[in-house]
Design a protein around this ligand. Structure first.
Ligand code: NDP
Ligand code: 2IT
Length: 451
């Protein structure tokens, strides 16, 4: 029917009833439950102690008002969220997202995914996520600072390096982390560097954290390609988004000999047959905070901007697709177009960017498919390395940190690959990631008793 084992059907029905209207959360739970049929058939003990039901229910959800004053003296109100999903393996860990689309269902799906992703890294971190419907676009630095300070005035009481450790996500980068950490430090009178990750180097940030998600996804896709005896050399790559994850994906893919021919933002995409000029892209996005259409204007010379009404970045022919913008950005139609153009691998830099229809199309076509909870885990894994450096009051070199990241990504790839084989679905990284992540969390929960 819906691909879920009959013993697990009531669990999904209850999640849908209890979280009415939260479609992204339903989608994320559905996908994991679909994989767990094979686990409970082999190990029925996972049906005991309502383990699966408890995994689907966040430990704590915090929703709060964020009032702040804009540059015109007007009072603005946003809503803040922190969903502390699961702390069986360690303190809640996961990013903060600032985007007008943010609501409790989106934060809940992200926290749920984060729980399994963090387990896959093998690091001692639980799962959580937070954010706000605040839109940073067009806001001045002073407005962003006042907003972050107001948010932290409430959130600080729920955080701690042993309790809950936020980081960045969409709309939250070094600037926002700095403002939030600054307000946390002021309110608590504690220099607790390990309470945030993604900090500036001056405050105990880790080298390679900024690069880690994009680099990690590239390492993951490289490992998938190697199972087919190939690599990035000479491959054409399409990347969506042009934020943190996209930029460092483009950097790493290029260093591996691939050519990134397209990237995007929510207004449209650019195609550059010579390969995206990374210095220009960083200048437009990181320094000037402008739209991707500026890239085509400044580069000229046959580079086109196509607005989202007139096409999709996934129509650009490529060998490898690396969606790095947002959830459900790659539809069934996009997947058909990619398959028609001969795509051989997809690595999800974003969280849940491919719709269920798209995933099925890739699977049926034999495309190597690295799901977000495995492929984009390099960011949070390096956050855990930042926590490790903070705890030991140490600071590692870029090379040392990147080499740990590379090992961790190889480990995640291998555990997903082996688990898929063990459960009778060789090459199915979705199944491998869901099962391997679930087993680590569920085993840890069982030994803690019913809490
Ligand atoms: P950024 O804010 O740096 O960049 C986000 C990019 O995605 C922008 O180009 C943005 O375009 C685009 N985008 C955002 N929302 C939409 C939308 N609704 N429709 C189309 N495009 C959109 O965020 P990150 O690069 O950090 O995050 C990108 C993805 O990667 C997210 O799914 C995030 O959850 C995931 N991720 C991030 C990690 C990290 O360490 N930062 C770690 C693991 C996963 P525009 O500017 O027009 O909004
Ligand atoms: O989705 C993610 O894994 C992130 N946004 C990074 C989380 C983190 O704590 O580094």
């Amino acid at each position: 029917m819906n691909g879920i084992d009959e013993k697990l059907q009531p669990i999904l029905a209850e999640v849908i009833r209890r979280n009415a209207g939260e479609t992204e959360f339903h989608q994320a739970v559905h996908e994991v439950l679909e994989s767990l049929g094979r686990v409970v058939a082999k190990h029925p003990q996972f049906l005991d102690q309502a383990l699966i039901e408890r995994i689907c229910e966040p430990e704590r959800q915090i929703i709060f008002r964020i009032p702040w004053v804009d540059d015109n003296g007007q009072v603005q109100i946003n809503r803040g969220f922190r969903v502390q999903f699961n702390s069986a393996l360690g303190p809640y860990k996961g990013g903060m997202r600032f985007h007008p689309s943010v609501n409790v269902g989106i934060i809940k799906f992200l926290g749920f995914e984060q729980t399994f992703k963090n387990a896959l890294t093998g690091m001692p971190i639980g799962g959580g996520k937070g954010g706000s419907d605040f839109d940073p676009k067009g806001r001045t630095d002073a407005e962003v600072m006042r907003f972050c300070q107001s948010l932290m005035t409430e959130l600080h009481r729920h955080l701690g390096e042993q309790t809950d450790v936020p980081a960045g996500d969409i709309g939250v980068g070094g600037r926002e982390i700095g403002f939030m950490f600054g307000q946390f430090k002021r309110l608590t009178n504690r220099y607790e560097a390990g309470v945030f990750t993604g900090k500036a180097l001056a405050h105990g940030g880790s080298r390679a954290r900024t690069e880690a998600t994009g680099y990690g996804n590239t390492y993951f896709v490289q490992a998938m390609l190697q199972t087919k005896g190939t690599d990035f050399e000479g491959k054409k790559v399409a990347v969506s988004g042009s934020g943190n994850v996209a930029i460092y994906t483009i950097e790493k893919v290029s260093s591996f000999g691939g050519k990134v021919v397209a990237c995007s933002d929510s207004s449209g995409f650019v195609v550059d047959r010579d390969g995206i000029d990374l210095d220009l892209l960083k200048e437009i996005k990181d320094v000037r905070r402008e739209r991707i259409s500026e890239y085509a204007k400044l580069k000229g010379n046959g580079v086109h901007f196509i607005s989202s009404e007139n096409g999709s970045v996934w129509d650009v022919p490529c060998d490898v697709a690396m969606p790095s913008a947002t959830q459900n950005e790659l539809s069934g139609k996009d997947a058909l177009s990619l398959v028609k153009n001969g795509v051989m691998a997809v690595g999800e830099g974003a969280n849940m960017p491919s719709t269920p229809e798209a995933i099925k199309i890739f699977k049926d076509a034999g495309v190597l498919f690295g799901p977000g909870k495995a492929a984009n885990a390099g960011g949070v894994a390096t956050s855990a390395l930042e926590m490790q450096q903070n705890a030991s009051r140490d600071s590692w070199t870029f090379e040392q940190t990147e080499s740990r990241l590379c090992e961790i990504m190889r480990g995640i790839h291998d555990v997903c690959h082996q688990t898929a084989e063990e459960y009778g679905a060789p090459g199915d990284y979705v199944l491998g990631a869901n099962i391997a992540g679930f087993i680590r969390v569920a085993e840890a929960m069982r030994t803690l008793g019913v809490i």
